[in-house]
Design a protein around this ligand. Structure first.
Ligand SMILES: Cc1cc2nc3c(=O)[nH]c(=O)nc-3n(C[C@H](O)[C@H](O)[C@H](O)COP(=O)(O)OP(=O)(O)OC[C@H]3O[C@@H](n4cnc5c(N)ncnc54)[C@H](O)[C@@H]3O)c2cc1C
Length: 363
């Protein structure tokens, strides 16, 4: 790459979800000049948290697991936080045919979030890296000139030049960017990414000013056969620090098939229906919510995976990909892993030392 060896590498990362934030931290810790560009107001993407008065709730990913040794090391040792908390209670499952009959699941693992919400994870990486994030900046297209990349944002703003671009939005949003871009590798990557489908998912958040009775020791209810309209129900107060004493917050994530049927319907009409489905499992009190919130996740989870061979088609031209669409199973730890892996490949491609983690040999 022109001059990169002498003046230092400049990298643009598009998307500040967990994958993008982890990659930014990894590269920045080796002194690489990283520009992290995010279309929304905050960081952490689908690992998302909102607040309402003293209440905090995770309206995208609800928790993450720390089963993988390397991810556990990164979360607990590299970006440690006293606010990392284990969720109290178990997950039980139910079927559509007998929704009131729940059964315990075998081999339950510890579930984690942060006291102030799961979005803390993305923020921790950004803070540790001391990377400046360009928020409210939707990347519209890329352009290559003389082996360097330029990014166009809305309102005619441009970023660049960069030696390398790491794209981390969900596959369809990356396709949108690439379809408006010019440069080597763009068409190849776009053709490969087009094959990755995503499911959409409605999340409703129901708030109660009273903590009515729920079964002891249960945090979440999961529909095992995917035939019941609610895919997942959980009580946010099982997360330390999220809900003040005497209140209750229920998360209702709907099935992708139900979401598809109702995606464009007015939310006001959907909330009582979602509450009624929750009430069949949690009891009639669930119908009488005091407030609600919602999120329509258009690209909730990938339904297929992009092969690593396809994902690497752009690397020779300085175009890298990361995100949960590269993982065997979509999830926060998997996205984090993909972000770190992309950063490591960038490091290798440009011959930079990835000192921080390689020196520990942990990741
Ligand atoms: C409802 C729901 C529940 C889930 N539950 C769990 C769970 O309990 N546990 C779990 O582990 N996982 C869960 N997941 C999955 C998990 O949230 C994702 O796998 C993970 O967060 C993906 O991270 P990412 O960095 O790959 O992508 P994202 O988090 O999607 O990050 C991509 C970022 O790119 C930005 N972006 C998009 N387009 C542009 C553009 N043009 N310009 C600039 N920025 C752009 C987006 O705003 C976003 O911030 C859930 C997901 C959903 C939606």
């Amino acid at each position: 790459m022109k001059g990169a060896e002498t003046r230092g590498l400049r990298i643009a990362i598009v998307g500040a979800g967990v994958a993008g934030c982890a990659a930014a931290w990894y590269l920045n810790s080796d002194g690489v000049d990283v520009t992290l560009i995010e279309k929304s107001r905050g960081v952490s993407g689908r690992a998302a948290t909102r607040g309402r008065g003293e209440v905090r709730f995770d309206h995208g990913a609800n928790f993450f697991k720390l089963n993988d040794r390397a991810i556990r090391y990164v979360v607990q040792q590299v970006v440690p936080s006293k606010d990392l908390v284990q969720i109290e209670g178990e997950i039980v499952s139910f079927s559509a045919a007998a929704p009131t009959r729940t059964s315990k699941r075998d081999g339950q693992q510890a579930l984690w979030t942060y006291r102030d919400g799961i979005s803390r994870l993305g923020k921790l990486f950004v803070n540790h890296a001391n990377v400046e994030v360009q928020t409210r900046s939707r990347v519209q297209s890329l352009r290559s000139r003389d082996n360097e990349w330029y990014l166009s944002i809305e309102a005619g703003v441009q970023f660049g030049p960069f030696d390398c671009v790491l794209l981390t939005p969900p596959a369809p949003q990356t396709v949108e960017i690439l379809s408006a871009s010019t440069g080597p590798g763009c068409t190849d990557l776009m053709d490969a990414l087009r094959r990755v489908d995503y499911s959409s998912q409605f999340a409703f958040i129901l708030g109660y000013e009273r903590a009515w009775r729920l079964p002891e020791g249960v945090y979440g209810w999961i529909n095992s056969d995917t035939d019941y309209p609610s895919a997942w129900l959980s009580r946010e107060e099982a997360k330390p620090g999220h809900v003040p004493e005497g209140q209750r917050v229920v998360i209702c994530q709907m099935q992708p098939w139900w979401t598809k049927q109702h995606f464009h319907d007015p939310v006001d009409s959907l909330v009582p229906e979602a509450a009624a489905y929750a009430a069949r499992i949690l009891g009639n009190e669930a119908n009488s919510f005091d407030w609600y919130d919602h999120q329509r996740w258009r690209y909730a989870r990938p339904q297929s995976r992009l092969s690593l061979m396809d994902a690497r088609r752009g690397e020779a031209h300085g175009l890298f990909l990361a995100g949960d669409f590269l993982a065997e199973q979509a999830g926060v730890p998997e996205a984090l892993h993909q972000g770190l892996e992309a950063a490591r490949r960038i490091g290798r491609r440009f011959g930079i030392e990835t000192a921080q983690l390689l020196s520990t040999g942990s990741v």
